[in-house]
Design a protein around this ligand. Sequence first.
Ligand SMILES: [Ca+2]
Length: 446
Amino acid sequence: MKRHGFLLFVCIIILILCVCLSSATSVESILDFQKYTNGQDLSSTSDLGDWTLSNPTGGSGVLSVQEEVGNRYLQGTTYFQLKHNTVIKTASVLEFDIQRTGTAQLMACVKSGEEIFTFQNGLPSNLYEKDGAQWSHGGSGIIFEFADYDITMRIKTVDDAQINGIANKGIEFRCSYTEPFFNNAMRHIKIEDSGSTVKIYVNGGLIWTIELSEPGSYSTAKIAAQETYYKKAVVKDSSNNQVLSVDNAFVSINNTVMFASDATGFKLDNVSLKYDDGKNVVYKGSQIRKTLTPMKISEGNYNNADMRQGLRFCFDMAEINSEIISSGETYRVIGQGALVILNSNLTDESQMIVGGTLTKLQQQTELVDWIVGDDTYKSAYVYNIPKEHKDKSISVRAYVKCLNSLNETVYLYSSIQTDSLDSVYSRMDSVGKEEMSVEAKAWWIS
Ligand SMILES: [Ca+2]
């Protein structure tokens, strides 16, 4: 029945196709420092790929490349901030080797938003935030601090009593070692971010799993940037025991990655950040009908007095049986589908997933081909929309169902797209509108 209804669909292409059509890949931002010269000062170079190195205090100090037996790494003795320029909105894996050679703070920050603060000497900073005389690391996000005998995790929280509305340190939790662990040698850190779950490994051993939920905005006017933040964080140790629960967490749903130190000595090398380029499932535009169709009452029985429009969302998707890479992992695609919901029912975007808890979520496991030249796109569809609902926003995300190397099922999703008949119609040019039937045009005018 649905397929029959959709075959009546004559569509108008209203969005120009992107030129960036390509197969699914992932991005890897690497800093291994090998291409720089021994002793080179990196504090003034702009040649760091997708990373930006800055000194947010304006103080003196050195950020230079050092070489030991052919390996080059970044060595610092000053305040610094190393920020990944691209905001990551998909799963990611961050890896690096780090050693603390001084006595002050050295840290990495993940799932930070794009808040910017004025720090010392009027300089802008993403990772140093000042509340009067007190200052701390991070606007939003999770901070991992590498000290001599321990690693400390700080989940940033909201605190209206502070000048910027952010708690100075947030909630701290610590894992201790019996030796000056991070001062004794370079240590390998891996931080996996699935979107709502963050795992940190030190030298291959899992330290913490941080489960994030309850995304939303904070209504306080003090928060510098009104982004979407996970408000609840539950932390589990390596034995999966819950060790912490935070209810006013300030952790971005997106992921800006940063490193920083407070005038301490450190070494940093082999920084690798892998994430989806988002091309496994890419939204390509929405379409509406050229002509209306009558409301179907039963098989072969239509109400011609109730003429309806339709809306579909088109995606470029990895093909079934193809191998794709996502965040550095290889997957085999075994299915394609889409999730559809009235936007007013989308109360928790993190649950717009297969098996999610949204009660009005509709799953479409058969997508309709949309062929343009040699390219085949896939469409999720909402048809038989009555005129009184032409302004209703509908949210859709497409997915590919995959198997990983362990034969486990994994879903990779597009971003959530929201559109309405009215918004598609308003974006159409005059040529597109001329191609519509008189009655279809009259739908909007009358
Ligand atoms: Ca190196």
